[in-house]
Design a protein around this ligand. Structure first.
Ligand SMILES: CC(C)(COP(=O)(O)OP(=O)(O)OC[C@H]1O[C@@H](n2cnc3c(N)ncnc32)[C@H](O)[C@@H]1OP(=O)(O)O)[C@@H](O)C(=O)NCCC(=O)NCCS
Length: 175
């Protein structure tokens, strides 16, 4: 079975996707489309079965900025808000978890961040991580951040994690 990671299309059937996380599934079914096609506030990429079109996983990303980097990460960076790529959501279908798809989707996010860094500016990837999924990110060297600004009270947040673009670039070179 060939799996392809590509932008969500308005022809994709999102209604049957189930990761086991109610909030993520509701977002994907109800909001991912309008956020991308109508409001342009974030883009969703899907891992889909090339033959059947079945959606096996997704990520939602959006440009963001960060102004609270810890001192050791900020180093010589200026003190104004700095551009990052925000991984707002990541989920893999319950039937496909534990088979490397989450890792493939995260690698895809890293490639997007590298492209963004060379074309528009991006100092790293910021993740809103769910508590249970935090260990999944730590294996890549993400740092925990205390983010106090720019959050809406509209939905619960997990932990903010940050991976600098240099770490992503070095890992990409080793491949
Ligand atoms: C978390 C999630 C995205 C991981 O995707 P996945 O396809 O199951 O993960 P993978 O098979 O690619 O696993 C990659 C590695 O991460 C590890 N891993 C996966 N989930 C993990 C977790 N929750 N905690 C710690 N490690 C985890 C795997 O053991 C694997 O390690 P390895 O490379 O040493 O073998 C997926 O389980 C999921 O969608 N869960 C429900 C929704 C959710 O929690 N999303 C995250 C929101 S921040």
């Amino acid at each position: 079975m060939a799996i392809n990671i590509r932008l969500l299309s308005d022809r994709d059937d999102r209604s049957r996707f189930s990761s086991g996380n109610v909030e993520l599934d509701r977002f994907f079914r109800q909001y991912a489309g309008q956020n991308q096609f109508r409001h342009h506030i974030g883009s969703t990429y899907v891992a889909a079965n090339d033959d059947s079109g079945e959606i096996l996983g997704f990520i939602t990303v959006a440009p963001a900025h960060i102004d609270e980097l810890p001192k050791d990460l900020r180093r010589k960076l200026p003190l104004y808000p700095l551009p990052v790529l925000r991984l707002a959501r990541l989920a893999v279908s319950e039937t496909r978890q534990g088979q490397g798809l989450g890792k493939a989707l995260l690698r895809f996010v890293f490639e997007l961040a590298l492209k963004l860094s060379s074309e528009y500016g991006c100092i790293g990837v910021l993740v809103d991580a769910k508590k249970d999924a935090e260990p999944f990110y730590h294996q890549y060297g993400f740092y925990r951040l205390e983010v106090t600004q720019g959050r809406s009270g509209a939905r619960p947040f997990g932990t903010s994690l940050f991976l600098p673009i240099d770490t992503i670039r070095q890992a990409a070179k080793k491949k």
